[in-house]
Design a protein around this ligand. Structure first.
Ligand code: SF4
Length: 313
């Protein structure tokens, strides 16, 4: 259950909150959140919004962000922070350099007749190799690479900016909340709403307080005559479902060509990753993947894995 904190603390005392910062992804939910605040429908008014630029958002997101930052749209400033370009880092990763891993898919093929270890537990419960055996059939395994990009490209730069704005840079953190971070998670993604584990800040999910689903956000924006925001996420985010890839292929040729190129660059040579790497969950090259509507059936929304609520909102 989420409650809206008051401007005053317990017993009517002034609140110790010295900064209210809205995490702006420039997608549907965070745009609605910012505009709801601008209309006074959610309060108190945030002091600012912060957009973490991964350098790899579609053009439509940057255009939408420019509109949000234009005069007379939001009554508070939007700060843009960046830890560099996720795209550039990925291309360099394809050449064997260090990278902040994205949740791409790695496919490993073990041919028939290969020698593989037989594992067992030792006395202290550790897995140890006790023998080897030869495989009789070819086995293909697909796994998702551990995601580090949201932390490196969004959470860390936003947190650094928040601490700077709250006067906490290189200072000991208070043991009570002085910052309120607003995150645009809607009721249909409530599983992504996680409390802060740091005593100096609390997270707030105003769309959940207002019982707004993504559909409610769109309806509210429409009712007030606002443009529909694009879906915000990196161009080549492996969390995209086939419908999203299809939409990119059919309506954003530039972004599609870019994603196909990066997908190809990732195929071999990623440091620390065994096997071939793909952006599409089916582990085939992006421009050969089945993106038909039939492929949509039964697809999970992988953005649910991005539980910090920084991407796709
Ligand atoms: S949109 Fe995807 S690739 Fe980009 S930071 Fe988020 S999880 Fe990583």
């Amino acid at each position: 259950m989420f409650h809206a904190p008051n401007a005053t603390g317990e017993g009517g005392e002034p609140s110790p909150i010295r900064l209210r910062a809205l995490s702006l992804g420039a997608g549907v939910q965070s745009t609605t959140l910012a505009l709801l605040a601008a209309h006074g429908e959610i309060g108190p008014m945030p002091d600012c919004a912060i957009f973490a630029n991964t350098g790899w958002e579609p053009k439509a997101v940057y255009e939408h962000l420019a509109w949000l930052m234009s005069p007379n749209v939001l009554p508070f400033p939007v700060h843009i922070v960046s830890a560099g370009s996720i795209r550039d880092q990925l291309v360099q990763a394809g050449e064997g350099n260090r990278w902040a891993s994205i949740p791409a898919f790695a496919k490993t093929v073990t041919p028939a007749g290969a020698e593989v270890p037989v594992l067992d537990m030792d006395d202290v419960g550790e897995l140890v190799e006790v023998a080897t055996r030869r495989t009789t059939t070819e086995t293909v395994s697909i796994g998702m690479i551990r995601r580090q990009c949201t932390t490196d490209f969004k959470i860390v730069p936003i947190r650094r900016k928040i601490r700077e704005l709250a006067g906490l840079t290189r200072k000991r953190s208070p043991s009570f909340p002085v910052v309120e971070s607003w995150i645009g998670i809607s009721t249909d993604e409530v599983v992504r709403a996680k409390p802060s584990f740091e005593p100096w800040q609390i997270k707030r999910f105003p769309l959940i307080e207002k019982r707004f689903s993504r559909r409610d956000c769109l309806a509210w924006l429409r009712r007030l005559g606002y443009p529909e925001p694009p879906k915000s996420a990196c161009i080549g985010c492996p969390f995209h479902d086939s419908a999203r890839w299809r939409n990119m292929r059919d309506y954003d040729a530039e972004a599609w060509a870019d994603a196909v190129e990066v997908d190809r660059a990732l195929r071999h040579g990623l440091r620390g990753i065994r096997g071939e790497v793909f952006l599409h969950r089916s582990c085939v090259p992006l421009d050969e993947a089945d993106l038909s509507t039939a492929a949509d059936r039964g697809q999970l929304d992988l953005f649910g894995n991005e539980c910090e609520g920084m991407c796709g909102v």
